[in-house]
Design a protein around this ligand. Structure first.
Ligand code: AMP
Length: 282
């Protein structure tokens, strides 16, 4: 695995890689969720590039940028083991040099859900992903459904800005108790870690209600909220039943829907989602 830092080195190394090139952008502190994207890319592409960059532009002033977990030697060893071809670790100074002032804004899709609670977050995401795509020039880029709105925003951005690549969606990898894997889970103390399983229990309760014939969006939202409220360490930021394509909140009867939530467990903010009404899961 070749490890590069500067844009010049990245471009040189990228030039020598056989296509199609698969790309997995990450913020590091890798877990099985990230590795599932890498394995999918390996299985579909002749070569695979991964980036590790904790993007300051997507963190709000009161968010956890300074304490975001980092362990580059461990990440590097994990990627080496997956036979990744190229690892790019840019610096913030290089991505956002003095005078930087060009931003990518995706409009409607970034207003609800995470966008409502994390102002500026998706401007940071769309901008950095556009820069990563420009630098790496992948044929396919792999993103997790765990961050469903991010996936929708990146898809829209890639289409609107004519990036000649395919955005590939990968399923959420979970712990044995259902908790979606996340670098942020490392912040949970043992009690919080146990409590965090309530997110998936809430999603499962609503999914089960849907499977049993419940179609009222408000009843599905209530089902999630009630389950979350059984856990004293959990504090709901939002629960949502939204259109999986537009992400607009749904009222009344629903068919296909993105069930999603953001919940604080202690000081750690966790998000998770499932889709109901897919032809294969209906
Ligand atoms: P992050 O390092 O959190 O920015 O995540 C990098 C990529 O990994 C994003 O496309 C995420 O959606 C994806 N990802 C994170 N957690 C999981 C998970 N538990 N299962 C599948 N993909 C994930």
């Amino acid at each position: 695995m070749k490890v590069v830092h500067s844009l010049q080195e990245l471009r040189m190394a990228r030039g020598g890689l056989p296509g199609p090139l698969g790309f997995v952008p990450t913020m590091g502190y890798l877990h099985e969720g990230h590795l599932s994207l890498v394995r999918r890319a390996k299985s579909e592409c002749a070569s695979v590039a991964v980036s590790i960059f904790v993007n300051p532009a997507q963190f709000g002033p009161s968010e956890d940028l300074a304490s975001y977990p980092v362990d580059l030697p461990r990440d590097q060893a994990l990627l080496e083991r997956e036979a990744v071809d190229l690892l790019w670790i840019p610096t913030a100074e290089q991505m956002y040099p003095a005078g930087f002032q060009t931003w990518v804004t995706v409009e409607e899709l970034t207003r609800p859900l995470e966008g409502e609670h994390r102002p500026g977050h998706f401007r940071g995401v769309a901008t950095v992903v556009a820069k990563l795509f420009n630098a790496v020039q992948p044929d396919r880029a792999y993103f997790g459904l765990k961050d469903a709105q991010q996936l929708a925003v990146v898809r829209r951005m890639a289409q609107d800005l004519d990036f000649p690549l395919e955005v590939v969606a990968c399923p959420t990898v979970r712990e044995a108790d259902g908790l979606a894997m996340s670098s942020r889970n490392s912040r949970l103390n043992p009690k919080e870690r146990q409590a965090a399983a309530v997110l998936y229990r809430a999603l499962s309760a609503a999914r089960q209600a849907y499977a049993g014939g419940e179609r009222e969006s408000e009843a599905l939202r209530r089902r999630m909220a009630e389950m979350l409220q059984t856990e004293p360490l959990a504090r709901i930021q939002y629960v949502s039943v939204a259109d999986p394509e537009t992400l607009a909140e749904l009222q009344g009867e629903v068919r296909r829907a993105l069930l999603s939530m953001a919940v604080f467990v202690g000081k750690t903010r966790l998000i998770d989602n499932v889709i109901v009404g897919d032809p294969e899961t209906a």
